[in-house]
Design a protein around this ligand. Structure first.
Ligand SMILES: [Zn+2]
Length: 298
């Protein structure tokens, strides 16, 4: 029921609003120009969350999506606007493994499409199948498709030579991203699984190294926190002591202070044990020094 769907969406939006209320600073997006000049062309597959994969925030990048991350006329329209108006410089075709477009059976689909729609594609039905392939653009190999889309996108470079185009492959099952340099080798069909397990192994090795490194940093920073806490404790004790010292001196009163100053002209020689004047020379001690005392020391 559409009403149930609407309810679900409105509830979700309430949760979003409560997050905005908690951290409004995270949700102010004044600048329409993206933080990074990147545009992703990716598949509409619901398992792809570009922001999660690369740890982006709203306002960071452009994302265009369609079935199979295909460069079409409408994608071209959006890309030109993104380059011209929003200073995009890098276009990344983000394809993925296990793409539904490799399993799209056009002949089967044809049986389920209405005649009205089929008529729209082909008036005389003679070339209907090729028209259907051309319209839905299924493919056999996700990697080859990324390379094909990158090649088609070169057209954009004719109009905007500074724009750079590349491709990436996302493995939905593992969450790993592979660059063009990595996945080109995967096209060698007979070695496919061997090369792929090699790439995954390499990635996991890198991860375990970086996890170990971050563990060391974490431990070091925990050590630092403990040290700071100890220092803070010491500082607290020191402050308590200084406060007491200050109270004692304040308790002496200006008159006595004045008398002490009068008694001893050379105060800095510390010859006044009776009123414990040396305490005013304790480092960091903030003592209210009577103005008359300051005058005498000039
Ligand atoms: Zn897909």
């Amino acid at each position: 029921m559409l009403k149930d769907i609407e309810k679900l969406l409105i509830e979700g939006n309430f949760q979003f609003q409560s997050k905005i209320n908690q951290n409004p600073e995270n949700y102010s997006f004044e600048n329409k120009i993206p933080k990074y000049p990147i545009l992703f062309l990716t598949c509409m597959d619901t398992r792809i969350d570009v922001h999660q994969i690369f740890q982006f925030n709203p306002g960071d990048v452009f994302i265009l999506r369609n079935a199979g991350n295909i460069y079409t006329l409408d994608i071209m329209r959006s890309i030109i606007i993104a380059i011209y108006k929003y200073k995009v410089k890098y276009i990344i075709v983000l394809g993925h493994l296990d793409c539904g477009m490799t399993k799209l059976n056009i002949k089967e689909l044809r049986q389920r499409l209405s005649n009205e729609f089929l008529k729209r594609l082909s008036i005389n039905y003679s070339d209907l199948l090729s028209k259907l392939y051309n319209f839905f653009k299924p493919f056999d190999n996700e990697i080859r498709n990324i390379i094909n889309q990158m090649n088609d996108l070169q057209e954009i470079k004719a109009y905007f030579p500074d724009v750079e185009i590349t491709g990436m492959l996302y493995d939905i099952k593992s969450g790993w991203i592979f660059t063009k340099e990595d996945f080109r080798d995967l096209l060698i069909e007979e070695n496919h699984s061997k090369i792929y397990s090699g790439l995954l192994y390499e990635k996991n090795q890198q991860l375990s190294k970086s996890l170990k490194a971050s563990d060391v940093i974490k431990q070091a920073s925990e050590g630092l926190v403990n040290e700071i806490q100890v220092n803070e404790l010491n500082l607290q004790e020191e402050n308590d002591f200084l406060e007491k010292a200050e109270n004692i001196i304040e308790g002496i009163g200006d008159d006595k202070f004045q008398k002490a100053v009068d008694d001893e002209k050379d105060l800095f020689q510390i010859k006044m044990p009776k009123i414990q004047i040396p305490k005013i020379f304790i480092p960091k001690l903030k003592v209210r020094i009577p103005s008359s005392f300051k005058d005498k020391t000039r």
